[in-house]
Design a protein around this ligand. Structure first.
Ligand code: ADP
Ligand code: MG
Length: 273
């Protein structure tokens, strides 16, 4: 009798015990070039609903393009991306790429929220107006309801007293917390973060990471591009290491961050740690 324990399938090992509202992201054979440059090269990845995935890799390795693909901001050359089994963006059909109808793409885009490095708040709108804008225009939520929801979200990110402030009156960390509240206002199944703390002064990084940590317990699928290795170790279920448009390594953080299989992962970790 073998003493070796049966290996759990990877996807099962990282499924969150929390109740989820869906949000499984599957990418298969995704490739994307800009001119001669292959920015995504046959990327295959499954992110279970409710899990937290950290994407690591050097600048230029394709991390932002990967996130933008999930959010339908990039057209794929090959492969497909599905959320809960529903295709998003482009897909392969026989030998030809078929395009989803624009209206369908817009509908599905609402299920994916995105938080950018530079906050991207509307400068001429107050904090509250920034948050209610999408629910009012995209979802047609009644204003009273949208404002009540927005105030709840502001409380959740610790900014109740800033509802009537303008973005320029806030610190970078506060602006990013508003951006997170704004992304949550559409109740996305999947929330993407593209280096959410890279533009912040060091002393403001933790207030944003703390908000993301709280979200990690909420059952929303989170995919986070970050150079904060300690944070990735603490919150993620899955770490993905990208290099030159490819996924070189995926696994649990204690594996990938402590004993990586690939020398390029190890090299990257010595640089950022
Ligand atoms: P990362 O986020 O890992 O730094 P990106 O996904 O932003 O990487 O970019 C990967 C590569 O693709 C880089 O070499 C970048 O210059 C290039 N790239 C990204 N977007 C475009 C674009 N719209 N047109 C041409 N090249 C692009
Ligand atoms: Mg990037």
């Amino acid at each position: 009798i073998s003493a070796t324990p049966a290996r759990l399938p990877e996807a099962k090992a990282v499924v969150s015990p929390l109740p989820t509202r869906g949000g499984t992201v599957s990418m298969h054979g995704v490739s994307k070039s800009f001119g001669p440059l292959k920015v995504l090269d046959n990327v295959t990845l499954t992110v279970p609903a409710g899990s937290v995935t950290a994407i690591l890799g050097q600048s230029g390795s394709g991390k932002s393009t990967l996130l933008r693909s999930i959010n339908h901001l990039e057209r794929l050359d090959e492969g497909f991306i599905a959320i809960d089994g529903e295709f998003v963006g482009y897909r392969q059909s026989g030998d030809t790429l078929s395009e989803l109808k624009e209206r369908e793409i817009l509908k599905r885009r609402v299920e994916v929220g995105m938080v950018f490095q530079n906050f991207n708040l509307f400068p001429h709108l107050t904090v509250l107006e920034n948050i209610v804008e999408a629910p009012l225009t995209v979802r047609g939520t009644p204003r009273a309801q949208a404002e009540a929801d927005a105030r709840e979200l502001l409380a959740r990110v610790g900014l109740s007293e800033k509802a009537n402030a303008y973005p320029r009156q806030l610190s970078g960390g506060q602006q990013q917390r508003v951006a997170i509240a704004r992304a949550l206002a559409l109740k996305p199944k999947v929330l993407l973060f593209d280096e959410p703390t890279s533009a912040l002064d060091p002393e403001l990084v933790n207030e944003v990471l703390d908000v993301i940590k709280e979200l990690a317990r909420s059952g929303t699928t989170l995919i986070i591009v970050t150079h904060e290795i300690g944070f990735a170790r603490e919150v993620s279920d899955l770490v993905v290491f990208m290099d030159q448009g490819r996924i070189l390594e995926t696994g649990r953080p204690d594996k990938v961050l402590n004993v990586p299989d690939h020398p390029r992962t190890a090299e990257f970790l010595t640089k950022v740690l």
